[in-house]
Ligand binder design. Structure first.
Ligand SMILES: *Cc1c(COP(=O)(O)O)cnc(C)c1O
Length: 441
């Protein structure tokens, strides 16, 4: 708030593909897909058309005592994407609510099964699950959490499997093993009281793109089975193809082996393509069935006015159509390889460390001694001069672009990112004229 006068927010008036345009007509590449929500660019013709049709038909009806085709179809298609393993779908309207729902659902289902002592939650250090009180209680981001800490439910925090913690000679899988041991010790001791473990599969996003080995997910699945603990996969950031598979958790299984799944999946952000607020919690049939009872208080009650909004569901269907019709994941694999190659000089740059890429996420950390004051803010402002809308997290710079990369765009993006880094670290005035002519979208 205090910095708003020095760093005024960008007045965005128009979006087209990966570009945003401000009130002076300057364009910016949306490197973070507007907080990781926008999958197919801004003002996408096909999502627009689906929404216009829905707008003329049924913008919204309460999802209580009523239902509508977009919600039913969306639930069925998402369930099908889990091979039917997570056969049910609960609707809400934002990510934090999905997390609240998953936590409540886990606790309540154990209670209905006669195990009301199971009411504690386990989360990972460096995890982020949203900022309502329940979600914040399982979030480990000091800047969001500290002021409210006295209000929060107590949760168990265990070691993050963040691969950057590897000691000399250690692999990412070794770090995952150390983190697993800590989880196992906790579950061994407290399982009678623990309802659920919540985690972000493969990448802990909001705390700075902490990547970890999928071995951790396999181990967590085993331990949760062994100790009767609900496994909640918060796929709000990593779902919808971001890590290279539709659900990040799909990468938990070893190649050629049987798929493994969490018990609950939270989805939001990308699911509606960056158009409208929508979230969903997918659940296994066994959890659903624990709520079937004549006594309404044993049912699962959680309502938001705009739950399952028809426009948002229709946008989500248009997103799923793209995945079904265009082999988005293969396109992304090809484009990601191009961008990774274009970023190779940066990856080898001695001023940075931990260059990493998974699916459509790229990240690196600028070495601590070089960052100087207000690094993220200076980087953001320099980025604007190079036509990038970019917001580092601390000293972690990352790209999570919409799934519309081309070879030209990737080259351009890599050059502009390096130019921005050079400017910030050298304080050379930006000289956009010298940069290559940017391709038009
Ligand atoms: C963004 C995010 C949330 C919260 O979603 P909101 O819609 O912002 O409430 C929860 N979990 C993860 C992993 C997220 O990235």
């Amino acid at each position: 708030m205090q910095r708003a006068a020095q760093v005024p927010p960008l007045a965005v008036v128009r979006g087209e593909g990966p570009w945003l345009f401000d009130d002076t007509g300057q364009r910016y590449f949306d490197t973070s897909s507007s907080w990781w929500v926008n999958l197919f660019g801004h003002a996408d013709a096909r999502i627009n058309a689906a929404l216009k049709d829905q707008l003329e038909t049924l913008p919204h009806v309460m999802l209580a005592g009523c239902t509508h085709a977009p919600a039913v179809e969306l639930a069925e298609r998402l369930s099908a994407l889990t091979g039917g393993t997570l056969g049910h779908c609960f609707f809400a309207s934002d990510g934090a609510s999905a997390v609240e729902i998953a936590l409540k659902m886990s606790f309540h289902h154990w209670r209905n099964l006669g195990r009301s002592d199971k009411r504690e939650f386990v989360c990972l250090r460096k995890g982020y699950h949203g900022e309502t009180l329940g979600a914040l209680a399982v979030t480990d981001v000091a800047v969001f959490r500290d002021a409210y800490d006295p209000l929060l439910m107590r949760a168990h925090q265990v070691m993050s499997p963040d691969a950057r913690q590897a000691m000399t000679g250690e692999s990412a899988a070794d770090v995952a093993r150390r983190a697993t041991a800590e989880l196992e010790a906790l579950l061994q001791a407290r399982h009678a009281h623990i309802a659920a473990l919540i985690l972000e599969p493969l990448v802990q996003g909001a705390t700075g793109m902490a990547f970890y080995d999928p071995a951790y997910l396999r181990a967590a699945r085993k331990l949760c089975d062994q100790f009767d603990v609900t496994l909640i996969a918060d796929e709000i950031a990593v779902g919808c193809g971001r890590t290279g598979t539709f659900f990040a958790f799909e990468q938990a299984a070893l190649p050629g082996e049987q798929a493994i799944w969490p018990d609950l999946i939270c989805l939001s952000k990308g699911i509606s393509g960056g158009y409208l607020p929508l979230s969903l919690v997918l659940s296994r049939d066994s959890i659903y069935e624990a709520f079937l009872d004549d006594d309404v208080t044993r049912g699962f009650l959680h309502s938001h006015s705009y739950t399952g909004n028809a426009l948002a569901c229709r946008a989500a269907l248009a997103v799923l159509d793209r995945f079904a019709q265009e082999d988005v994941l293969r396109h992304n694999r090809e484009q990601a390889a191009t961008l990774t190659t274009a970023l190779a000089p940066l990856a080898a740059d001695p001023r940075i460390e931990h260059f990493r890429q998974l699916g459509m996420i790229w990240a690196f950390d600028v070495r601590e001694p070089l960052i100087g004051p207000r690094f993220a803010e200076r980087f953001h402002l320099a980025g604007r001069a190079y036509e990038l809308l970019i917001r580092p997290i601390g000293r972690t710079v990352y790209l999570m672009p919409p799934y519309v990369l081309t070879e030209d765009l990737s080259q351009w993006l890599a050059e502009r990112l390096l130019a921005t880094l050079n400017y910030v670290l050298n304080q050379i005035p930006p000289d956009v004229d010298r940069a290559p002519e940017p391709p038009t979208a």
